[in-house]
Design a protein around this ligand. Structure first.
Ligand code: ADP
Ligand code: ZN
Length: 663
């Protein structure tokens, strides 16, 4: 394909934040006396009634951790964060996805008097969050527009009676005076502001309603507030602190490393085929997310994967809301679903067993890339962050920046974001070191990224760069012409085409002087020169022009270091695994593996029967531990991480049966 061709681009790309809650109903709406309330939408489930506990509250955090969640010890700074909030202090928590943020507000809500109010931007996920808590015996509920008046009334009564440990609400609901007055009538244990980076006006998840949350400090000065996010940049951290009036808070910044995610970035040749090969080789039947930039690419890619036997579904903001909700629900409930999506999908998705996140277009920033890849492997089991990118990505994104509305300062910012992303893609050193350095955290080479597993070889590309740059110069000086990469490469390789003949390009002094490199290698050269700022694109067709720095190279005053382009971009990395499920089970002997599969089958049946996602029954990590230790009694089962009192009660006997049958 010619690089001069119109680059497929969806101008309607901006994905508005979705899933807004409807405005709160008038006061009295929840009362049974309030008539005319709409019924529950089709397919919505009645919330499961929370079981009553004899003692509503726990004496200590450690007690709640063990009894409710079945875990032995806190992770990282969880204990300190929880102490801070239990003691009535505010906290700002920056922790990567999968780090364990939820316990930081759930446990204080189980220890402090009253109900923890959780502000969460995604109402579509509240049901699952509540189901997960109910499954471990926590009294949780939500208030949002998906409820009918009866359900709402029950939640309100439970709150007022002090029978709720946690109550989820959307930010827009909290800005209504009626909601605030209602909350005042009960006891508030704490406010947890989840996805707190939504308050950042310049981040891509900005929600105007988050700005109003600064009022919480004025209205309830004695209620502790904890703001949590997985966004790691200093700028966002500062914005959260000032906008949410968290000046007095203690700050907790965790390491942002996600050691179980293997980062890989490969050259783009035929992205769909590469993606399919990657899924088939390493993630057959695994759940995953594929991100693409445009809606059209999303739909075409999902279709292509389906035709090739992958259970893939498209998701973008242009699809009907009901369909989006069903797609999300299938992703959470069924095993092995692959979602192909724009960035409209994924925030707040708690599914712990997403085994891969693939990007088939270049993300616009390192923050975005980190957030999106972070959705893989929350359960700590091996997962892959896979990205394919090529010359066209660079051309397209530079063009988008040039054409973006907004002032020069804004375009500079976008440009800086892109440069950092390109530097990550082109690095010859460890991806993880590069990524963590971006977030201000120094680290050592990780051994679990493509550059560590298969170190790329650098080569002196000065002469190649000079050949290419001088072709650009000659075309402009001798012919007053500008071309895109395709034509330039044809000239360098001396390829006779209607276009080279028509323009008489075989008469140029640089005709055929680059025959030593393949088409693919030249594309790599162009891409890297763009990434290094030696070439720039201009105009709507992305024609190539020189930058000031290019003069240095042409004059022989600057050398150019390039990365080798693997000929077969789809080649799996040295450490590539056959299947993540198998890898997860790799430490098990064949008998244990059979038991693991039997436990998964049992879980799958349970999940269908109850209509809840499988991970709400038990996570893979817990099933692996059960398969490895083969508990013979309830007491032995109780010792396994992830088995709390409620689950022991609900499933203990059934699990022991599965184990016994496998013995
Ligand atoms: P985050 O909200 O930061 O992305 P979660 O709160 O969803 O992360 O936690 C990620 C996973 O780690 C969950 O499956 C959770 O149950 C588990 N987890 C959290 N804290 C602990 C702990 N102290 N011990 C064992 N597992 C934990
Ligand atoms: Zn590495």
């Amino acid at each position: 394909m010619s690089w001069n061709a119109e680059i497929p681009w969806d101008p309607d790309e901006f994905e508005p934040p979705e899933d807004f809650d409807a405005p709160p109903p008038p006061e009295g709406y929840g009362d049974p006396a309030f008539a005319g309330a709409p019924g529950l939408p089709a397919g919505a489930r009645q919330p499961v009634a929370a079981p009553r506990r004899a003692t509503a509250k726990f004496a200590t955090a450690a007690d709640a951790l063990r009894t409710v969640f079945g875990y032995d010890s806190f992770r990282g700074e969880q204990a300190q964060i929880i102490d801070q909030v239990i003691g009535g202090g505010d906290a700002v928590v920056l922790m990567p996805t999968g780090g364990g943020k939820s316990l930081c507000y759930q446990i204080p809500s189980l220890v402090r008097e009253g109900t923890g109010i959780v502000i969460s931007p995604l109402i579509a996920l509240m049901q699952d969050q509540v189901d997960a808590l109910t499954a471990v015996g926590v009294r949780a509920a939500f208030l949002n527009s998906s409820q009918d008046s009866a359900a709402r009334g029950r939640v309100e009564r439970d709150y007022l009676a002090g029978d709720l440990d946690l109550l989820y609400v959307a930010p827009e609901r909290l800005s209504s005076e009626a909601t605030k007055r209602f909350l005042d009538r009960g006891t508030i244990a704490l406010f947890a502001i989840d996805e707190a980076h939504c308050v950042s006006q310049w981040g891509h998840d900005f929600r105007p309603d988050y700005l109003a949350l600064s009022e919480l400090a004025d209205r309830w000065p004695d209620v502790p507030r904890i703001a949590l996010t997985a966004t790691a940049t200093d700028a966002t951290h500062k914005e959260i602190t000032t906008r949410l009036q968290l000046g007095e808070a203690r700050h907790f910044v965790a390491s942002f490393d996600r050691p179980n995610i293997q980062y890989r970035i490969v050259g783009k040749a035929e992205p769909r085929k590469q993606l399919l090969a990657f899924i088939r080789a390493e993630h057959q039947a695994d759940a995953g997310i594929v991100y693409a930039l445009s809606r059209k690419t999303v739909e075409q890619t999902a279709e292509f994967l389906r035709q090739n036997g992958v259970n893939a579904l498209p998701y973008h903001a242009g699809l009907d809301q009901g369909l989006r909700a069903r797609t999300q629900s299938r992703f959470l409930r069924e095993e092995g679903v692959v979602i192909v999506a724009t960035i409209a999908f994924g925030m707040g998705i708690d599914k712990p067993d997403v085994r891969f996140v693939a990007h088939i277009d270049l993300p616009k920033s390192v923050e975005g890339y980190y957030q999106e890849t972070g959705r893989a492997g929350r359960d700590g089991l091996p997962s892959t962050g896979w990205l394919t990118y090529g010359l066209q990505d660079v051309v397209q994104q530079r063009r988008m920046i040039d054409e973006s509305p907004g002032d020069l300062a804004h375009r500079r910012k976008l440009s800086a974001h892109l440069d950092a992303m390109l530097a990550l893609c082109e690095t010859v050193s460890c991806r993880r070191v590069n990524l963590l350095r971006y977030f201000g955290q120094p680290s050592e080479p990780c051994g679990n990224c493509d550059t560590c597993l298969e170190p790329p070889v650098g080569w002196d590309g000065t002469v190649a760069a000079q050949k290419l740059l001088s072709t650009v110069v000659r075309l402009l000086r001798e012919r007053s012409q500008r071309f895109g990469a395709g034509q330039l490469i044809d000239i360098l390789r001396g390829k006779v085409t209607p276009r080279t003949t028509q323009h008489g390009h075989d008469q140029l002094a640089t005709w055929g002087i680059g025959a030593d490199l393949s088409d693919q290698q030249w594309r790599g050269v162009v891409r890297q020169l763009l990434a290094q700022g030696l070439l720039a694109t201009s105009g709507e067709y992305g024609t190539l022009v020189l930058t000031d720095a290019a003069a240095e190279v042409l004059a022989g005053r600057r050398t150019v270091e390039l990365r080798t382009e693997p000929e077969r971009a789809a080649r799996p990395a040295a450490g590539a695994r056959k299947s993540a499920a198998k890898a997860a089970a790799a430490d098990l002997n064949p008998e244990q593996e059979t038991l693991f599969e039997a436990l998964r089958t049992w879980r799958s049946a349970q999940s269908k029967e109850q209509g809840v996602p499988a991970y709400i029954i038990f996570g893979d990590a817990t099933l692996l531990a059960i398969a490895a230790t083969r508990p013979g009694s309830l007491a032995e089962l109780d010792g396994i991480s992830g088995v709390g009192a409620k689950k022991l009660d609900s499933y203990g006997a059934a699990i022991l049966e599965v184990v016994a049958a496998g013995a």
